[in-house]
Unconditional design. Structure first.
Length: 216
């Protein structure tokens, strides 16, 4: 599994971006996320973002640059880079936050979630509520904000926290393509399924790395 830090710092200037492989089989998250949705989501939607991002940045000095460098300065780029670069980043983070091996909240993240939200269940409830309130297509996030505090937020379309000066810890796709084949219009059921396969260990790793980066 590629850590968030490794993904953000990956630099192969001049080379095209590539679709990352999944750290599990397409049916590995059943019954919570069905195989058909995983194949469509990864091979069609995410691949589409990668292809279009490569087209947008072709013959520029930015092709293959760490995605973080681009997204943090997104106002300097086209809407096509914003949408497809965001789509590539968001989905790469998302796949690495899912696991067929259910685990529990752990480490510094668990402590801080309880401190901030009261209980883990309270955090999940507030995260789910934010996801349900996100109008149209977008994402719901747990981030470290500019004050180094945990915060639940949402973004439209394929925007992501890096574009707003925040560091993502957990992100859930609430575009209908992420859940419609199984859940139809039941976004709440999808968010419940997300937490059944959320890799809390990876989320804690993301949090610890973000804290470290913010101190540098």
């Amino acid at each position: 599994m590629t850590s968030l830090k490794e993904f953000l710092e990956f630099d192969e200037s001049g080379a095209k971006y590539e679709l990352p492989s999944l750290p599990y089989e397409y049916d590995g998250l059943e019954p919570h996320i069905d195989e058909e949705t995983m194949r469509e989501h990864h091979l069609k939607h995410h691949q589409g973002y990668v292809n279009k991002l490569n087209t947008e940045l072709e013959d520029t000095p930015f092709i293959g640059k760490p995605i973080k460098e681009i997204l943090e300065k997104i106002e300097s780029f086209s809407d096509g880079v914003r949408n497809n670069g965001g789509g590539h980043f968001n989905h790469s983070l998302f796949w690495n936050l899912l696991t067929p091996n259910k685990n529990e909240p752990t480490g510094k993240l668990k402590i801080e979630l309880i401190t901030k939200f009261g209980t883990i269940d309270d955090f999940i409830s507030q995260f789910k509520e934010a996801g349900l309130k996100r109008f149209g297509s977008g994402w719901v996030w747990l981030v470290i904000n500019q004050d180094d505090n945990l915060q639940i937020t949402t973004t439209k379309n394929q925007d992501n926290p890096l574009m707003y000066g925040h560091t993502p810890i957990i992100g859930c796709d609430v575009w209908e393509h992420a859940y419609y084949l199984k859940h139809k219009s039941n976004r709440g059921g999808w968010l419940d399924s997300f937490f059944e396969v959320l890799d809390w260990e990876q989320a804690n790793t993301n949090y610890v790395q973000a804290l470290h980066e913010n101190k540098q």
